[in-house]
Structure formats: C-alpha cells, structure tokens
Design a protein around this ligand. Sequence first.
Ligand code: NI
Length: 259
Amino acid sequence: MIDTHCHLHFSEYDQDRETVFQRSWNSGIKTLILVGCDAEDSGQAMKLAQNFDGAFFSAGFHPHEAARWDLDKKQKLEELSLHPKCVAIGEVGLDYYRNLSPKEDQQKVFIEMLNLAKSRQLPLIIHCRQAGDEMVSLLKEQGPFPSSGVMHCFSGDSKYLKDCLKLGFYISFAGNLTFPNAQELRDRAAEVPMERLLAETDCPYLTPVPFRGKRNEPGFLSHTVRKLAEIRNLPFEEMSDGISQNARRLFKLGHHAGN
Ligand code: NI
C-alpha cells in the first residue's frame, strides 16, 4: 500500500520517528510521500525521504502560510523540486475556511505553484477548503495540467467533485471517511471512478476509527482503505491494489529509485 500524503517529518514524531517508520513498513506500507507545507518544511521532508527507500517527498507552500511568501522561499522550492525524490508540488491551494492568510496572497502563491508544477512536469497535491468555485475557475484559467494532480483530503459537493474529475484530477480520501457523521463524504467516495481514487492518512491528523483521538500514522491507512472497499462493495485486496496502481501512475513512482 502507498500512503500518498503524510507528514512524518513534523515534530509530532520527534520522539519515535524510526519506530513509526518501522511499524508502517511492517503494516504493509511499501511507499509513502512526505508532503511539504512551506519551503523549510519541504526541505525537512526531503531530508527524511533521503534516509528511507520507499519514501518520497513533495515541495509546496500551504495556503495558511501564503502571507509569508517571498522570493527566497520561491527559489528554495524551485531547487527542491529538482531533487530526484521529489514526486509532486504540494501541498498548495486555497483555504477560505480558516483564512489564515489573506485570499489575495493565497491566490498569488497558488498560481506560482501551479506554474512550478507545469514547468517541472510534476503532479499537484491540492488542499482546498470552502473555496471550490475559486479553485475550479483558477484551475481552468491556469490549466491544462498534463501531469495532473490530486484533490487531497477531498471535501465538497457532487458538483465540485464532477468539476475536479473533468479537470483530470484524482480524488483522495483520508481517515475522516470513517467518522460516523461523514455519510456525505462516503457518498462522494462512491461517485469517483475507480481509476481516479486515492487514499492517504494526512498523519498526524485525521486518525481513522478505531484510533480516532490518537496521533495518526501511515500504518493506520488500511482502516480508510477498508472503508473505501466497503463503500464500493469490493474486496479489500482489490481496492488496495487499485488505488496503489493509481498512486504509482499519478506520481510516476516506478520511475524513481527505490521502487
Ligand atoms: Ni496534509
């Protein structure tokens, strides 16, 4: 299995990172992507990815951080994106729910990152909260994106889902898919064509049931995949193989060392 979105380089794992990696490999995770949230954080993700076969990273600038964007950070991300273990640009996007940076800054940085993804021919890892209309019009305006991308930890209505699919993007679900009150999200998961479906932990966040409330880790991915299998009425193995194939195709994982 492949955890397409995790943050094991975060300080939440400073005390026991090696053990968490070991548990992840033991639980059947073969590959994981360490997702960067700003220039420095993406550098941390890169350093950690270098230490482990099967670990890759993405370079990005989270919309929460957009107000802190500057030319130095842009150059650092451009450099990181050339690293052989860099498989995506992300996470990048728009967050009008928490609005930690002004909307204009979020849009400006997002467009910079869209351009970087295009010029490096890398897929995008997109974070979007309560900004669906803006997201779709920006992607239409700035696209096409031949290397595609993923709407990470998807949330939104049926229309937004259709728009994302029409733009050629993959749809990824995290541990909140298993929450009792997440029926709407499960309805969306049933609407995604099998060849566009992905799963992730987004650890340390969004820990799936039955570990909800604890710190999340890649080894817990199977609980989300099992829920996906249940929603789609498929055997677990078939779901797990299907989404792993999708992840390898999107992130071109066969082309990178360590696979
Ligand atoms: Ni994340």
